[in-house]
Design a protein around this ligand. Structure first.
Ligand SMILES: Cc1cc2nc3c(=O)[nH]c(=O)nc-3n(C[C@H](O)[C@H](O)[C@H](O)COP(=O)(O)O)c2cc1C
Length: 242
């Protein structure tokens, strides 16, 4: 599949077949991940390959025991990494600018995703890597100036009929020349398809919310949780020297 078809066919996969990932396939995915654009040519990221189930089990609680944290044959964890760049070859060390390293790590991660999906694999990002950061730093033995930023279990899909996830219409995300703010009716139109998706209708009804936004803000991504995990992230950044 070409790159655009691959991207338009993307859907998160959370259940995998028994088929192992061949070494040549993994090597291709990693090569694609490592060949993206990168800040100043510095390649400020590292990728940790997890295939050992014991390691997956160890990290599972920090992923809130989501089944995909242990049921995939492979997990790639992308780290912002100023450690490698800062050691050995020059005096003083580089200033560890987090924003550049995160950008590089996310470019590498999405490159890996497109490569993997183009080769028939399925995957699902695990945002929990940005929640319980200290546990991942410890489990993955990350040194100073290295932070986990993306975690992507992958494998061959168990089912071949996983539906596409409803998304906002492209036009709702695009602004010509300058940002054009949204009116209430723009917002309602933009979210119409997502509001009407069967699973979202059920979720909103089951939780007695007025709309999908309430479900997100009051249940899934609550203010107090976001504040708490943002603080954990800030503390971890400081501890890692960023
Ligand atoms: C940063 C990030 C974190 C995510 N974290 C999780 C997660 O912890 N668990 C999960 O099941 N899906 C997770 N996802 C997958 C999203 O739920 C999914 O991408 C989104 O609903 C759109 O669906 P699609 O990927 O099928 O198009 C995450 C996606 C991203 C980009």
């Amino acid at each position: 599949m070409n790159a655009i078809d691959t991207m338009l066919q993307h859907r998160s996969i959370r259940e995998f077949s028994e088929q192992p990932i061949e070494k040549e396939i993994l090597d291709k995915i990693l090569a694609a991940a490592c060949n993206g654009s990168t800040m100043g040519g510095m390649q400020l990221f590292s990728i940790i390959v997890t295939q050992d189930k014991a390691m997956m089990e160890k990290m599972a609680p920090a992923h809130f025991n989501q089944p995909i944290a242990t049921n995939a044959p492979l997990i790639l964890t992308f780290c912002a990494d100023f450690h490698r760049f800062g050691i050995g070859r020059h005096e003083g060390g580089a200033f560890p600018a987090y924003q550049w390293a995160v950008t590089d790590a996310l470019i590498a991660a999405q490159n890996a995703c497109v490569a993997a999906e183009s080769l028939g694999l399925g995957l699902c990002w695990l945002g929990t890597i940005t929640y319980n950061v200290p546990q991942f730093i410890e489990a993955l033995q990350l040194p100073e100036h290295v932070m986990p930023v993306a975690c992507i279990p992958m494998g061959y899909p168990k089912h071949n009929n996983t539906p596409l996830t409803p998304k906002l219409p492209v036009g709702a995300l695009i602004h010509q020349e300058t940002y054009h703010d949204y009116s209430d009716s723009d917002i309602n139109r933009a979210y119409e398809t997502m509001e009407q998706a069967d699973n979202n209708v059920k979720m909103v009804a089951d939780n007695h919310f007025a709309n999908l936004a309430e479900d997100y803000v009051l249940r899934r991504y609550k203010k107090e949780d976001n504040e708490f995990f943002s603080q954990v992230l800030k503390d971890s950044m400081n501890k890692q020297g960023f």
